[in-house]
Design a binder for this molecule. Sequence first.
Ligand code: C2E
Ligand code: MG
Ligand code: MG
Length: 767
Amino acid sequence: MTRNMNRRRSDNGAKISSNDDTRSLIEASQRLAAEVSRMFAPETDIVDRHYWIEAMMNHIPDYIYAKDLQGRFLIANQATVTENGFRHMHEIVGKSDHDIHSPENARLFQAAERRVIETGEPMFGIEERNVLSTQERWLMTSKLPLRDKRGKTIGIVGVSRDITDRKRSERLLLGQARLLEMIAKGTPLAEFFKELILMIEAQLPGIIGSVLLLSEDRRHLLTGAAPGLDDAYCAAIHGAAIGPKAGSCGTAAFRGEPVIVTDILADPLWEDHRALVEPFGYRSCWSTPIRSYHGEVLGTFALYSRTVGSPTADQNELTSMAAHLAGIAIEQRRSEERIQFMAHHDALTGLPNRVLFDERIAAALKQARLAGQWVALAFLDLDNFKLINDSLGHSAGDELLRIMAARMLACVRKSDMVVRVGGDEFIILLNRLPPDSDIVLSRLEDIREAIGAPLTLSGRSLQVSCSMGVVCYPDHGETAGELLANADSAMYGAKEMGRNNLQLFNSEMAAGAREKLLRHAELRDALARNEFVLHYQPQMSLKTGRIFAAESLIRWQHPQRGLVPPGDFIPLAEETGLIVPIGDWVLNAACRQNKAWQDAGLPPIVISVNVSARQLRERNWVARVAEVLEESGLEARYLELELTESLIMQDVTMAIATMHELAALGVKLAIDDFGTGYSSLSALKSFPVERLKIDRSFVQDIPGNADDRAITAAIISLAQKLQMQVIAEGVETQEQVDFLAASGCDDIQGYFVSRPVAAAALVNLLV
Ligand code: C2E
Ligand code: MG
Ligand code: MG
């Protein structure tokens, strides 16, 4: 029998569920077929049997019936009678499916029964769909041949079980899974909502779903999807304001809670929209807010019906499930959009970033080429931004950047682009320009003017200026890379012109850029060829007259140009980053030299080494210093590092942290060129610094210049108060020495003592 059954299943191809339902149904139908056959056997006590079977059948919630060869009911249990709209069995006996069901369903049922009769083979566990009025029902049915005692088929016996609920939840789970998959795959929201509504509508015949989304101002509802609602109705409610009396959805969004309107034509909530909805015949509307994870209302999910009424528990459950899924989808989309936005924009100003610029620039150039137009690219740098940032604090700096970003944006057109590429650096891309540099420059001048307008920041009024380097496509470059490099050169030119300046790229700059490239290569080769040398300038104590230290100063022994002073190549080395390996070389050479002097038996001195900002920013620089000391064998206390004030002020927090690490090594620290930068006196206290070096510019005009005298004396007393040593640089004359000694200056360095000299010459000064 089991083998037979399996064969049947595959033969008729009917969809069979292999769960308990099927098994118990099969057993019940087999028992019943046997019983009914026996009932018709002449030797059976018909009255007893009949009573017994009838009682049994009528207590079973499954549908049990027997039909003759023409498909007319011979017998049916109470469940079948009631289900088909009758009260007593005799009312159904003699009727066929054509008398009860829709022609389509009747045909389907009869076809199955005919097959059983013709083949004499039973059918087990077929799923049958039956639409009764508007309600969809699913039955799991088994049908067996009804035979007389000679084995002749005289009809069928059928047993059906209502599996509508199971079927519905199966479909719901499948639908949910499909919808979640759509969310995961990033399906467009409109498409997702449509699918969601269709799934709900399939569960609830006669019900129409809609999704409305809250507008950006959070005061209106916009159509998200409503495939079953009339287009004209959707158009009419699109953009409707939410409020305490704004139909079902408008009120639900406003209140943030479900709103059940059982009769649209009678409910006061619909009073203002009644005329609008009436022609479409919608009578009830139940709406639920769609919420974000944090509970914020994002829109509404609503069910409409053309009949008056309130939702069943099932319908409520489906609505909240749908609203929940819609919420997940909207949030997911928003976070995707946020991620996309963050990847392409600067978080502080909201301006596009370099990534987006790189994505767009090629298209902008192509479009300009086709249209015969120009594209202008300006590199813009705020002048002295670092100073403002350090003196007013980072949050004021951030605010300033936001204000400047807004000012720039206000000056450009929608098709243009303002890009933040770094701290205070921006690129302005102007599109669709006529080929006329005057027009380009006047538009950029407007931006410069806007930036220069006064503003108040942290209660202080100030004015910011900017420098711009400008290039125009196609005159100054064919590709984005070329244009940017040239804009950079133009910007350099603008800065050299004294800031607050706008420079259009020109051929001299092109030559300048080329020259710079050559010089960079030459400098790199100089390092490889070991063309650098160190000279040493002694430092003398005013109290003892003893030389206790020397500053190492780099020179370039150029094969053609002779001895090149550092001012001629250090700035380029700093700009190009070559200062890092060059600085390494200096540190190494100076430490080794000092150790060599000590090993030669000379009185030990401290060696000073100048440090650039780029070096200090190197991540492992402190470790590098420790390594050099280790390798050279020089004790840390014989090495002094000179940091300039402006270097420290570029990033005070970082500089202080690094200074402490260096001090922990035992290395001495000095502030070079003191007085020319913008040290905040309060910050100075926290520097682990031993010496201030008064800049040469103050020393050179003393004692003649009263201002310089005052400044020098002030620096000396400041150093004393902070318990730091103070040394004057660039001391050339006896008068300067006298003034400095009288003011309490500790030490001096300058031509008065000695010019910087080669290592061999310094030895003479030490002994
Ligand atoms: P600095 O560190 O302030 O060095 C002092 C400069 O003043 C030296 O110029 C020195 O020759 C000069 N000088 C010293 N005494 C007198 C004087 O009495 N009168 C006059 N008129 N000048 C005097 P130099 O050697 O040309 O160095 C210039 C700058 O180059 C240095 O200024 C320093 O900032 C930088 N530099 C030199 N060597 C290095 C180095 O190895 N690494 C780094 N990063 N920078 C260096
Ligand atoms: Mg120095
Ligand atoms: Mg100096």
